[in-house]
Write a protein that binds this ligand. Structure first.
Ligand code: R5P
Length: 281
């Protein structure tokens, strides 16, 4: 059976359809809601799905694991479409916490296995202390792109995003891959070096793991607008879209934005469930 926090209802419901397993709400004693009892066996696996976008979602996930354990299932599997705090994966200043390790240790103690969709850094998976694997949803991002892109370039705003751009390009079937160099000045401001790259005449698909403040993508779009490119699309796995990120992208001149539903936003048009289902099948 599948159960989920408030923050992961779309992914959980897509998984339910793909895996044909019931999606149930667990009561505080671990039992399922009465109307669902007929379809739930006591000795089955429980898949807990949660995007930990808020501290409340973290707590809800821990509570769901606790409730799942009361049913004494064969296995508790935790699926994190989006893992919050994954970027806080070391002590950046003396005395600061490694938040990724702190939350992963807590989550790992209530589960037998963990799957995380495109964690910012796969090294955080070892913090769970149980078998954990990353799930790559990048190929799904090719689906909503127009089929008739002109000489498309799949562009990572920095070197770290190149493999994601390659994933999307491969799924799209044509075009080539490139990247800019990024220098981050602050949490919201970045500088972009395009080198002597010339993308005139090409449609551009910018690909990154997440859009948070929109600083990275809006700067990349701004640089592209100095050239005579075709359409500029932004695609990302995790649409964090903090504060005015969406308007920053629109003001910079993006033509369209697509993201997966690891976080539920207006641009979350792509389901991350198919690649997750492959691991759970
Ligand atoms: C950074 O390493 C990530 O891959 C993204 O580029 C970054 O998180 C985007 O953040 P923002 O939208 O705030 O520039």
């Amino acid at each position: 059976m599948i159960t989920c926090t408030e923050t992961a209802q779309t992914v959980a419901s897509d998984l339910t359809n793909l895996l044909e397993e019931p999606l149930v709400t667990l009561d505080s004693d671990g039992s399922a809601n009465p109307y669902e009892n007929e379809t739930v066996k006591p000795d089955e696996r429980v898949v807990v799905v949660s995007s930990t976008t808020t501290s409340g979602a973290h707590l809800e996930l821990l509570e769901l694991q606790e409730r799942a354990a009361k049913r004494e299932p064969d296995e508790i599997i935790t699926v994190m479409p989006y893992m919050g705090y994954a970027r806080q994966d070391k002590s950046f200043e003396d005395g600061s916490a490694n938040s990724a390790r702190a939350v992963a240790k807590a989550i790992g103690s209530g589960t037998d296995r963990v799957y995380v969709v495109n964690p910012h850094n796969v090294a955080v998976l070892e913090y769970f202390g149980v078998p954990s694997e990353p799930v790559d949803a990048a190929p799904e991002l090719a689906t909503p792109l127009p089929k008739d892109l002109v000489d498309p370039v799949f562009l990572g705003p920095d070197e770290d995003a190149v493999w994601l751009a390659e994933s999307v390009q491969e799924a799209y079937g044509t075009g080539h891959v490139d990247n800019f160099e990024k220098l981050r000045h602050s949490a919201t401001e970045v500088e972009m070096d395009t080198g002597d790259r010339d993308f005139s005449g090409s449609d551009i698909v910018l690909v990154d793991d997440m859009v948070a403040t929109g600083g990275t993508m809006s700067e990349a779009i701004r640089m592209l607008k100095h050239q005579d490119t075709g359409h500029v699309f932004v695609t990302c796995i995790h649409p964090v879209l903090a504060k005015d990120a969406l308007s920053r992208l629109n003001q910079a001149g993006v033509d369209d934005i697509h993201a997966t539903n690891t976080i539920d936003r207006s641009v979350s048009t792509v389901s991350a469930a198919p690649p997750i289902a492959q691991y759970l099948d």
